[in-house]
Design a protein around this ligand. Structure first.
Ligand SMILES: C/C(=C\CNc1ncnc2c1ncn2[C@@H]1O[C@H](COP(=O)(O)O)[C@@H](O)[C@H]1O)CO
Length: 272
């Protein structure tokens, strides 16, 4: 007869004999002795990244149709582009779109402010920066991310369009990321609207004259961006793309939510 060996179960694991650890999982969890540098290791970071995705998806999945507005963090209240950003925020919100920004100052604040002016939904996806900042005062729903790439996923996943006002490197990064996603077919659902023809036309010309000329982009690629100075046209481009997409999805038989989408978008279009 074999003598029964000492056994310990730990969740789905079974340990017997000498393989049994000296402590249980709970004991190790509750023991705070030992070095704490594991909180700065990659496996721990992976969990933090995961928790940022969970928080972001949890918060934003319940927001209705939304548009992201990007632009300089340095634009001051009272300037042309601040006022334009505010007006665009107002017009998008009045058309039923939640306004999502990077949650910071400048154009971000202006667009959030515009949305709040008409009691629209004003969302800020902030980013932790080396200097203290906090979200601007015109945000109803806010999250502050540690990681830029998690935050970017949220902008793309929950927006129907990207509206880009004049800005610096941060804005250009957001612009080119979105254009690349559209160019490579990773997202099909949104237009990228550049606001400020004088500011952006040099870039647009360079894209046409140099990138296209050198063959580093395809002939249709420059058309992936719209260019305007008119806030009403911004809203019109967003709405038209929304309605077109809903119609395509409806015709493709993806009827459940998309049928409701189409209906809502067309109603919005008729009532304006
Ligand atoms: C520079 C200052 C504050 C920076 N604060 C920011 N807060 C939130 N999001 C930001 C911030 N700076 C850049 N971003 C993101 O990039 C875009 C703007 O960058 P740009 O270089 O100013 O064009 C913006 O859309 C944000 O998503 C001092 O006040």
């Amino acid at each position: 007869m074999t003598e029964s060996r000492k056994t310990r179960s730990a969740g789905p694991l079974t340990y017997r004999g000498d393989a049994i650890p000296e402590t249980t999982t709970d004991q190790r969890l509750l023991d705070r002795r030992g070095p704490a540098d594991w909180v700065h290791t990659d496996p721990w970071r992976v969990l933090r990244i995961q928790s940022e995705f969970v928080e972001g998806f949890g918060l934003l999945s319940e927001v209705g149709h939304a548009v992201s507005v990007f632009g300089s963090a340095r634009t001051k209240p009272g300037t042309h582009f601040y006022e334009l950003g505010q007006e665009i925020g107002t017009k998008l919100a009045a058309s039923g779109y939640a306004v999502i920004t990077g949650g910071g100052p400048g154009v971000m604040e202006a667009a959030n402010r515009g949305a709040q002016d008409v009691d629209g939904t004003s969302i800020g996806l902030g980013i932790e920066l080396p200097f203290e900042q906090g979200l601007n005062d015109f945000i109803d729903i806010g999250v502050t991310f540690r990681y830029f790439f998690v935050r970017k996923t949220m902008f793309v996943k929950y927006s129907r369009a990207f509206v880009v006002l004049p800005g610096g490197f941060g804005t250009l990064d957001e612009l080119f990321e979105s254009i690349t996603l559209v160019q490579t077919g990773k997202v099909t659902r949104f237009p990228v609207v550049l606001v400020g023809t004088r500011f952006w036309s040099g870039l647009r010309d360079w894209i046409r004259d140099t990138l296209l000329e050198e063959g580093t982009i395809s002939p249709g690629d420059p058309e992936l961006m719209y260019l305007t100075d008119d806030p009403d046209e911004v809203v019109e481009i967003v709405r038209k793309s929304h309605v077109d997409l809903a119609r395509r999805e409806f015709e493709a038989g993806q009827v459940a939510d998309e049928a409701a989408d189409l209906h809502a978008a067309e109603e919005a279009s008729e009532s304006s």
